[in-house]
Design a protein around this ligand. Structure first.
Ligand code: ZN
Length: 440
């Protein structure tokens, strides 16, 4: 069998996400399993092997089809692939890369999850073709990853780029790491929860108790978003404070690394990015030192939950030579069959359908480009295209509504409405991350 794949695995605190991925980055098959709670390293390794075995079994692939395995873990990993510390799961001290090579007799890459996530974004997401990237992923904590000259900055012991523990306010609140005033202690979700709980306890009125539950034991990112949408003053103030802490840290990071792009991912950004990213972008644009230079781009992650797993694949893929990676087309080719029909992945389609930025073809039934709702746009623009092409068929015309244009501007997606033949040509030859909506 000459079909070749990689296996990418993202081991998280609560779940293990694994996928079989083509060399071009297309996810062929994926699955999630629970990370055994409070388990020993042996039990976590057993769960990891099981995920690999199931992936191959469900896709009916022999292990000889796999070019390499990449595994991301939530902790510090040294350059030999040894897990140094994983604070939330018991993998500390595991020679994970050696175990993978010995068990599967193939190439392996093991590294920190956020570092790998930034590599994933560089390969297929928001950082494509950028050689210098600062990635910041605010979730419960704040993770970081830095790429300089196309390479991950690992540090002497693999502990570089822990951007959440950069101190932004020396007299600020205590952090989980033991220091005070870390970025994470101001902008992580746990820090926002702490501030919201204290204010509510102090008698401040807020909708958040109705949204997140009276005890406020956990305030998920989605609850923060709902409260922001309802213009709740407390949550707006707390999120704004977190955004400002991120903004001042980014001004410093810009002076140290002068990156082409800042990439923001993680649960807090997915939910509240529209409120946070403009604050950071503005601070970078108004840095007097950089007035005569171009400010860096500020972008949200394009790969979402796939970033870390795809980054693990990107890292092991780097060890292959180009001949092994001949399977290069990520997007399905589109062929015009007749005025009203096109062929995609062997199927002839007409009417309204779209191909998302991850190459998935969706046939939703009725869709009118000039009347797209935010929900429809959310689905068409899932997985973050840079450009959204609309292909208009014979005698049809289309334009985006003012609302859709506003949506696309906010998401930094370039709208592009073209007659069918031009649209298909643009789609087939584009180097950008792209989505296409057919209206034929
Ligand atoms: Zn800290």
């Amino acid at each position: 069998m000459d079909k070749k794949f990689f296996i990418g695995i993202d081991i998280g605190g609560t779940k293990i996400y694994g996928a079989l991925v083509r060399p071009c980055g297309e996810i062929v098959h994926s699955l999630k399993a629970a990370t055994p709670p409070k388990a020993t390293a042996g039990a976590i390794l057993a769960a990891l092997h099981k995920v690999i075995k199931e992936l191959l079994k469900e896709a009916a692939m022999p292990v000889s089809c796999v070019l390499g395995i990449g595994v991301a873990v939530p902790g510090v990993v040294d350059s030999s692939g040894r897990v140094v510390i994983t604070p939330n799961i018991s993998l500390s001290g595991t020679e994970l890369k050696k175990i993978l090579i010995k068990t599967y007799r193939m190439r392996a890459a093991v590294g920190n999850d956020v570092n790998f996530g930034v590599m994933g974004e560089r390969w297929l997401g928001a950082g494509r073709r950028a050689d210098s990237i600062v990635g910041i992923f605010p979730g419960t904590g704040v993770g970081g990853g830095i790429i300089v000259g196309g390479h991950l900055l690992e540090g002497a012991q693999g502990a570089a780029a822990e951007l959440g523990h950069v101190i932004v306010h020396p007299k600020g609140p205590k952090c989980t790491c033991g220091n005070s005033g870390c970025l994470e202690a101001l902008a992580g979700r746990w820090a926002m929860e702490r501030d919201i709980r204290a204010a509510v306890k102090g008698g401040e009125a807020s909708l958040i108790a109705d949204i997140a539950g009276k005890g406020l034991s956990q305030i998920k990112s989605g609850a923060l978003k709902k409260a922001l949408q309802a213009k709740d003053p407390l949550v707006t103030r707390v999120v704004r404070k977190a955004a400002e802490a991120l903004a001042s840290a980014c001004v410093s990071f810009n002076h140290i690394f002068n990156p082409e792009v800042f990439i923001f991912g993680g649960g807090v950004i997915e939910a509240c990015g529209d409120y946070i990213l403009p604050v950071i972008e503005k601070a970078l644009q108004h840095d007097p030192f950089f007035t005569k230079l171009n400010p860096p781009k500020v972008l949200a992650s394009k790969l979402g939950d796939d970033a870390v797993m795809l980054g693990a694949v990107a890292m092991v893929r780097q060890q292959c030579d180009l001949k092994e990676l001949k399977d290069l087309s990520y997007y399905p080719k589109v062929q015009i069959v007749s005025a009203g029909r096109v062929r995609v992945k062997g199927e002839v389609l007409s009417g309204a359908f779209y191909i998302r930025a991850d190459g998935k073809v969706k046939v939703p039934g009725d869709l009118i480009p000039s009347h797209l709702t935010d929900d429809e746009l959310d689905d068409i623009c899932k997985k973050g295209p840079d450009v959204l092409i609309v292909a208009c068929g014979h005698k049809k015309s289309a334009e985006f509504s003012a609302m859709a244009l506003k949506y696309l501007r906010k998401k930094k997606i370039l709208p592009c409405v073209l007659p069918m033949r031009d649209a298909v040509r643009k789609y087939n030859i584009s180097q950008d991350r792209r989505a296409i909506l057919f209206h034929i």
